[in-house]
Design a protein around this ligand. Structure first.
Ligand code: SPV
Ligand code: MG
Length: 557
């Protein structure tokens, strides 16, 4: 939106315009020295489309709201029915809306009430026209009677005295040219309405040529903002309006007209063809509807507020190690706190877990633990991190290993759906295993990788409910036995968590716990014939071991 430094004079006192209110933004459009444009909408969806297109304001047209409701533009829809539509339109958008208030739905008292109601709904302004209630659309018939000028001035004053927001705009619409009463009458009324407190004047015309509008504009000058509706004189170049210093141009009905054409075409085609095949690629997709409706916001909210398939699952994140291969980058912080496009790696991992419905997250920290200070996560410390391994770090959180638990390394990033999918796999201990491990790096020894051999190699034909188990897991499996790489994310059921706790006790008792890696732990469980299940994933994850991984992480996002 352009807000020129100088403003056209309007009826507002010297108080500055509040740019954060919708009313303030409409006032800026009206008073800026630029010619501005607003676009017609008639319901929540079309209002969203106007905003999406990039317009700075919406014209809530009486004609098109009525037509969309299936009634005539003759106040057949009651003002509260219109108000309900306006509320949907206002809620659906963030740009200001100028409402076509017809003749104000009655006398000054009705104007007072409607202005208050619009203000309560964050609507920026109203345009009222100097005709009689019930109104008739300006393009119908000749010589429509005008309101008494003084009575109409009373309506303007009543509207201004009732506004909730000090920047709310009352636009007075002149119908003198439409009703054939001539330029002198239009100018006389313009003067009266501006003196009564109107913030802007709308001069309406139904001629094919712009001449009478241009005459009015030059006679009236720049005494206050002027609004026009070039519906019948549509082919006048827009440059003419800029030259004549029009404040605001209303494109008054084109979204409704476009939708009528489109709906007629599609209905006729489907009726004729008795199939929708021909129109499928011609119409908006269903997912476009979902996007316009904001479904993504709802599904995020569901994850926050509804009980999820995780059923109150917790997560334990192992983030005690420094990440020495990253050199100076981890001099003052552990690798989990390295910045990935403006947010620490661990912050991104936690967002993924939370997005997957997990609310109770514990991070086990060690190296430079004071740097691991993210809000909304609990921390436990492995102060022996320099001399101990992953299983020791996990053992620090043994008290948390109760009930459904997601276990994750602190240096991984993965797509959120993996959390949903791993919950679907039957089994007490389930590992997410990347079947495309070779695409990440064909060399299984290029770094310490948690390689997995499985009961069933990944193939595109297997069914999701097939039980696939780990046969072997470790850093140095034979190349021809590798079926995938554990991505560092596991799900434990309540029984699985108890089994792991039990094994931690065994390892502590036999002295193997301190130096063990998680693959050692899983290997011991396999040796006890504890089944470990697999969820195959196809890439869509990474871990951070070296500076190259950090660059990959940036593009992963
Ligand atoms: C409307 O859009 O409802 C208007 C403009 O009032 S007009 O139809 O030209 O009267
Ligand atoms: Mg109208």
């Amino acid at each position: 939106m352009s807000v020129a430094p100088l403003k056209k004079p309007d009826n507002k006192s010297s108080l500055p315009i509040n740019p954060s209110s919708k009313a303030g933004r409409l006032r800026s459009l009206l008073t800026s020295l630029e010619t501005e444009f607003i676009m017609e909408a008639h319901d929540g969806l079309s209002a969203k489309i106007v905003e999406e297109a990039g317009f700075d304001g919406i014209w809530a047209s009486g004609l098109t709201i009525s037509a969309a409701l299936g009634v005539r533009d003759n106040n057949e829809a009651s003002w509260t029915q219109v108000l309900e539509v306006l509320e949907f339109m206002s809620d659906a958008t963030t740009i200001p809306m100028l409402v076509d208030g017809d003749t104000g739905y009655g006398n000054f008292n009705n104007v007072r009430r409607v202005v208050r109601k619009l203000g309560q709904r964050g609507i920026a302004g109203i345009c009222i026209e100097d005709k009689l209630f019930p109104k008739t659309n300006s393009f119908i018939g000749e010589g429509q009677p005008l309101a008494d000028m003084d009575e109409f001035c009373g309506k303007i004053k009543a509207g201004k005295d009732s506004q909730v927001d000090e920047d709310f705009c009352v636009v007075a619409r002149l119908e003198a040219l439409i009703s054939g009463q001539g330029m002198a009458e239009a100018l006389k009324r313009a003067d009266a309405y501006y003196s009564a407190g109107a913030d802007a004047l709308l001069i309406h015309s139904k001629t094919r040529e712009p001449d009478e509008i241009l005459t009015f504009l030059s006679e009236w000058g720049d005494r206050c903002p002027v609004v026009i509706v070039p519906t019948t004189y549509y082919d006048t170049p827009t440059e003419a309006w800029r030259k004549a210093e029009v404040s605001l141009v209303i494109w008054a009905n084109h979204n409704l007209r476009a939708s009528i054409t489109a709906m007629r075409e599609v209905s006729a085609t489907i009726l004729r063809d008795q199939t929708i095949a021909a129109v499928e690629n011609e119409v908006a997709t269903v997912s476009d509807i979902f996007e316009l409706a904001g479904n993504a916001e709802l599904s995020n909210a569901e994850k926050i507020y509804l009980p999820t398939s995780q059923g109150g699952a917790k997560a334990i994140v192992l983030a005690a190690s420094r990440g020495s291969a990253l050199g100076d980058l981890t001099a003052d912080r552990p690798k989990c706190m390295l910045d990935i496009r403006g947010k620490p790696l661990l912050g991104r991992l936690i967002d993924t877990l939370k997005g997957g419905g997990i609310r109770d997250i514990t991070v086990v920290r060690g190296y430079r633990k004071e740097m691991v200070n993210l809000p909304t996560v609990k921390t436990i410390d492995n102060d022996q991190f320099e001399t101990t391994g992953e299983v020791s770090t996990l053992a620090c959180a043994a008290d948390k290993l109760k009930g459904e638990t997601i276990l994750a390394y602190g240096d991984v990033l993965f797509r959120q759906y993996i959390i949903d999918q791993i919950a679907e796999i039957d089994g007490d201990i389930v590992l997410a295993v990347d079947a495309l491990w070779r695409e990440r790096d064909p060399d299984p020894t290029s770094r310490t990788r948690d390689l997995v051999s499985s009961s069933t190699p990944f193939n595109t034909g297997y069914l999701n409910d097939e039980v696939i188990s780990v046969r072997e897991i470790g850093h140095d499996l034979k190349a021809n036995e590798i079926d995938g790489e554990w991505i560092g994310v596991a799900r434990l059921s309540a029984d699985g968590a108890a089994t792991v706790r039990d094994e931690l006790n065994n390892m502590s008792a036999d002295g193997s716990l301190e130096k063990a890696s998680l693959t050692d732990l899983f290997t011991r469980l396999l040796a006890r014939n504890v089944p470990i299940q697999i969820l195959y994933v196809a890439g869509q994850w990474l871990d951070i071991d070296n500076p190259g991984d950090l660059r990959d992480a940036s593009s992963f996002l």
